[in-house]
Design a binder for this molecule. Structure first.
Ligand code: HEM
Length: 446
């Protein structure tokens, strides 16, 4: 099963001027899959930028953990998403980033996340209540609705209500703007293409609404209402105390809406589809849930560590096969050496969970959905699996996302059996690994 590690970089610069843009746009997942042939790193070029896909897990570790001080998020990602994420935590660097992360961390402490369990189970139970025995449902759309509802209620203390439409429109405009299959997605967003115009308008509407929400919360705090412990209250308080300016606060709300909503929705839809197409695995998972009891009856017990281990293994495996963040970027601020290769300052490093998490050097039958592979130990390198990134800039919402996935999957499995209508999953990779169109499953009441 294991093939030799080839300590090589190969330059696939592609055609002059565009570099590999056409190849990436044609099929980004195939491009990232081919990188596995190159052992350590695969060199390529996007327009004028020199880039490498980081293929070896030890090289991933060097970038994210051991030498994280030598890297920043980088100009490529800033150029592409700067107008979306602004001054928020995702693109912030140095002391600014550290300050923001420290301010927000209390909203993600273990006890605080566990307290969101009720909200997660409530939303799952009401989604399930809206389905009928024998109905065909689009679980991709249902998952987006559900994770948006959970995020907005748990982190912002709001019910999405009529704002659902506004956020959905912005999410669509963003996904189209960053669809990696469009060559134009590699160009700056000030160019007045129809997609960019739609994107800027949707983002303008969303920002205006977020400003209103911030003003309402601030007025409530000033009127003497106790600030809540949710993220919005924490950020409003930090802004009032001079720790963050208003633009950064608003950029952070945008950041959280998009970092925390579609990612979790993709994981949920892909996990449900994988269970539907693997009836034996589904039956095992549903049996374990039945033995535990309805999570809605005791969300606190279902939130405890190891409470629903079989479901957690399904989540591990779904995040391995379908990493919602299938690629992210770093740029060295000085020349660095990675597994014997010299990487010049200012070049782009692409870290790809999609590449590493299906590499046959570390995974038997890498394309098969087998939650059982997570039972017991393994000798694979730590960074053969990094759906939430790693090191100091690892996902701040990982615990939140994992708990949400566990409680929602368990609640849905306790009420329904899923049967595939959509056969194979296909993807429209954008900033995230979006399923292409609907993911249709037939639900059978238990
Ligand atoms: C399955 C769901 C999720 C996946 C796969 C995921 C994945 C990731 C990854 C890979 C990163 C690191 C990016 C990098 O290093 O450049 C990241 C960062 C981040 N994620 Fe998530 N995420 C998920 C859910 C969430 C949720 C639910 C939230 C919020 C509640 C969230 C908020 C963030 C934020 C704010 C960052 C930036 C952290 C920083 O730079 O300090 N994510 N996420």
């Amino acid at each position: 099963m294991r093939r030799d590690t080839r300590a090589s970089t190969v330059d696939r610069s592609g055609v002059p001027l565009l570099g590999s843009v056409h190849r990436i746009a044609h099929d980004p997942l195939e491009f990232l899959g081919e990188a596995r042939e190159y052992g350590d790193l695969m060199g390529y070029r996007v327009l004028r930028d020199r880039a490498h896909v980081v293929v070896h897990p030890d090289a991933v570790r060097t970038v994210l953990v051991d030498r994280d001080d030598a890297f920043r998020k980088g100009s490529m990602i800033r150029r592409q998403t700067g107008t979306l994420l602004g001054k928020g935590i995702f693109l912030a660097e140095g002391d600014d980033w550290r300050g923001q992360r420290t301010t927000m961390q209390p909203a993600f402490y273990r006890e605080q996340v566990a307290a969101y369990g009720d909200v997660m189970v409530d939303h799952a139970a009401s989604t399930a209540a809206g389905w009928e025995d024998g109905e065909v449902v689009d679980v991709a759309a249902a998952a987006r609705d559900l994770t948006l509802g959970v995020l907005v209620e748990a982190l912002f203390g709001l019910s999405p209500g009529e704002d659902r439409e506004l956020v959905a429109r912005a999410a669509e405009a963003i996904a189209t703007r960053f669809d990696s299959r469009r060559v134009a997605s590699f160009l700056p967003d000030w160019l007045p293409t129809p997609t960019n115009v739609r994107y800027r308008r949707a983002m303008g509407d969303l920002r205006a609404r977020l400003d209103e929400i911030i003003a309402e919360r601030r007025a409530a705090v000033e009127a003497g209402e106790l600030p809540g412990t949710d993220l919005l209250s924490i950020l409003v308080t930090a802004t009032d105390e001079g720790g963050m300016d208003d633009d950064t606060l608003r950029d952070n709300l945008v950041t959280f809406l998009f970092a925390g909503h579609e990612t979790s929705a993709i994981a949920l839809a892909c996990a449900l589809h994988a269970l539907a197409t693997h009836p034996d695995e589904q039956a095992t998972a549903a049996d374990r849930v039945a033995a535990f009891g309805d999570p809605a009856a005791d969300p606190a017990a279902a939130s405890e560590r190891d409470a629903l281990e079989a479901i957690d293994r399904v989540i591990d495996e779904a995040l391995r096969l379908y990493p919602p963040v299938y690629i992210f970027f770093r740029e060295p601020v000085e020349d660095v050496e990675i597994r014997g290769h010299r990487i010049p300052a200012g070049s782009t490093l692409s870290l790809s969970p999609w590449t590493c998490q299906r590499d046959p050097r570390w995974w038997d039958e890498p394309d098969a959905f087998r939650p059982g592979r997570w039972v017991g130990g393994s000798d694979r390198p730590e960074y053969a699996y990094f759906p939430f990134g790693g090191g100091p800039r690892a996902c701040i919402g990982a615990r939140f996302a994992r708990l949400e996935l566990r409680l929602v999957l368990a609640t849905l499995l306790s009420r329904y059996r899923f049967e595939p209508v959509t056969g194979e999953l296909s993807f429209a990779p954008s900033a995230n690994l979006r399923p292409d169109g609907s993911v249709r499953l037939r639900v059978h009441g238990r």
